[in-house]
Structure formats: structure tokens, C-alpha cells
Design a protein around this ligand. Structure first.
Ligand SMILES: [Zn+2]
Length: 309
């Protein structure tokens, strides 16, 4: 298994007290290094604008980059969502977070190797022409489009177990039958989308979770409303938006998953990939804001991914 990351991803600074901080990635990487998991670390390359434009218009990305300040931090959205921020080191962090997924797609198809993209900023809130929710480029969406264009993969499923709804991923694929999007998320919660009657062209599967939900109830809902429809869809590749903020310790949400639950979630996804997708999965880091929960959950997740063999 490959872990894509890069030093540039540690350099994006969102200001003191911001939950999306470099310590998240430090905690993940040190936890992987001190585990007995056999992984290869690879540097995430910079994504090229041409590939990004499979999802986002070039002018939109250029506009974001033109707002990058020489010093200090500026927001790209107005109140009350003024927490999607750019600092002077943002450009390469954004491009490498996307580049990780492109490179992982190449490894998956050419070498049958699976990867986890340990990158920041995350991507699932980024819409076609709107950065929000700490996200600028929708890393997983670019990877999906790249797999379709470069390798003629027809049907791709994106499974998103971050506690927040991936409004960006849903918006990008809302009318696209070739991509199924299944998401479990606390509802109501930021970003406010993801109601169960948002079904796209029959390709969107939203599972809403009530605040205070326990593991047992989570798995019932996740199985019925996300895994079963994805299983029926028979994807050729499964991409995972892996957020760990449904953990009971997470400060941004109110779902009560335990660290070990992330093994079971991942294993269940991989089991579907084994049936329909030759075990082909790529996982992308999205949210997760409690460092202890992250360092434990990531090992569970990677052990689950490993079960693809
Ligand atoms: Zn989240």
C-alpha cells in the first residue's frame, strides 16, 4: 500500500485555533510510522491545471490562486463561513492534495496498487466553482474524472463516511449516472445539504445520521442506505472520502463511533470492491479533528484497506 503525502501539505496555515491544522497530518503520519503496517511513502506530485479542469474551470482555480496573500491569511467566503482560508503557502498544498489522487489513480490501474492520500487541504466540500468548508479543489472528483478519461473506467463509486455531507462531490456528479455517490453524515449539520430526497439521477445515496447516534445504529443505516445501493451499482473502482470526524471524540460533530469502527466501515467497503471492482480502491483524507482519535482511527482504516488482497 502507498501513502501519498508531501511536506507542502504541512505548510498550509489556517490561523491559531483553526481545527484544520498541520498537527492532524503529523498525528496520522507518526501513527503510521510507529505501526507495523507495511507501506511505501511517496511524495504527492503537483496536479496540473489541465487535469484539474476535468472538474473545475481553469478561471475558477486561477481566481483562487490570485487571491493568495503574500503574508497573513484571507478568507475565500463571506460570513458565516469565513473559515476557508488561504495563506502564502496554500498553492502547493492545494495542488499536491489533488496530485496525490491523480498519481494514486495511475498506480491503481497500472500497478494494481492501492493508496491512501494523507493530504490537506481536504476536498469533498469543493463545488465546481465554489471553494468552501476548508476545501478548494475536489480531490476525489478530479481523481474520478481522471480515471474515466485516462483509463476508460466507466462506473465509479465514491463512498464518503466523513461526518459532514460532501456537498461538492454531490454537486459535481448530481446528473451523472456514471458516478454513484454514497454518503453518511450527521444531519442537520454543516454544510446543510445531503437530505435523503436528494437523489440526483438515481446515483446519489444520502444516509442522514441523528446527533448522538451510536456505532450499532450507524452500521445498520450505513449498510442499508450506502453499501447496498453501491453494491447494486457494481462500480469498477471505489474511491473513499475518509473523514474521521464521526468519532465520538471529534469536536466538530456529535456521532459516537469508536476508533475500531473505522476498520469495519473500511472492510465493508473493500468487500464490495472485491466483488465488483477487483479490489480497486483509493482513499482520500477528508476531515477528522481530534488528534488522538485520528491517530487510532487511521490505523484501523489502513488495516481495513489492506484486507483488499
Ligand atoms: Zn468533516
Amino acid at each position: 500500500m502507498i501513502i501519498y503525502t508531501h511536506n507542502d501539505c504541512f505548510k498550509k496555515f489556517n490561523g491559531q485555533g483553526h481545527p484544520e491544522r498541520k498537527e492532524r497530518l503529523e498525528s496520522i503520519i507518526s501513527s503510521i510510522k510507529s505501526s507495523n503496517l507495511k507501506v511505501d511513502f511517496k511524495d504527492a506530485p503537483l496536479a496540473d491545471l489541465e487535469t484539474i479542469s476535468l472538474v473545475h474551470p481553469k478561471e475558477h482555480i486561477e481566481q483562487i490562486f490570485s487571491n493568495i496573500p503574500k503574508e497573513g491569511i484571507i478568507g475565500v467566503e463571506k460570513e458565516p463561513y469565513a473559515d476557508t482560508l488561504l495563506c502564502s503557502n496554500s498553492k502547493n498544498a492545494i495542488l499536491r492534495s489533488c496530485g496525490a489522487g491523480i498519481s494514486a489513480a495511475n498506480d491503481l490501474i497500472n500497478k494494481n496498487e492501492i493508496a491512501f492520500c494523507a493530504v490537506r487541504p481536504p476536498g469533498h466540500h469543493a463545488e465546481t466553482v465554489r471553494a468552501n468548508g476548508f476545501c478548494f479543489i475536489n480531490n476525489i472528483a478530479v481523481s474520478a474524472r481522471y480515471l474515466q478519461k485516462q483509463f476508460e473506467v466507466n462506473k465509479i463509486a465514491i463512498i464518503d463516511f466523513d461526518v459532514h455531507h460532501g456537498n461538492g462531490t454531490q454537486e459535481i456528479f448530481y446528473k451523472d449516472q456514471s458516478v454513484a455517490y454514497g454518503s453518511s453524515h450527521e444531519f442537520p449539520l454543516f454544510p446543510g445539504t445531503g437530505a435523503e430526497n436528494e437523489t440526483g439521477v438515481g446515483n446519489i445515496f444520502n444516509a442522514t445520521l441523528k446527533a448522538g447516534l451510536t456505532s450499532k445504529d450507524f452500521f445498520k443505516i450505513f449498510d442499508q442506505k450506502v453499501l447496498r445501493p453501491i453494491d447494486k451499482f457494481k462500480p469498477e473502482v471505489i474511491l473513499i472520502s475518509a473523514g474521521f470526524d464521526a468519532h465520538k471524540k471529534d469536536p466538530l460533530a456529535n456521532i459516537n463511533l469508536e476508533s475500531k469502527d473505522f476498520f469495519k466501515i473500511t472492510k465493508n467497503i473493500v468487500d464490495i470492491a472485491k466483488i465488483h471492482s477487483k479490489g480497486r480502491v483509493i482513499s482520500f483524507l477528508e476531515g477528522g479533528y481530534d488528534l488522538q482519535a485520528l491517530s487510532e482511527s487511521i490505523i484501523e482504516h489502513l488495516n481495513g484497506l489492506k484486507s483488499h488482497i
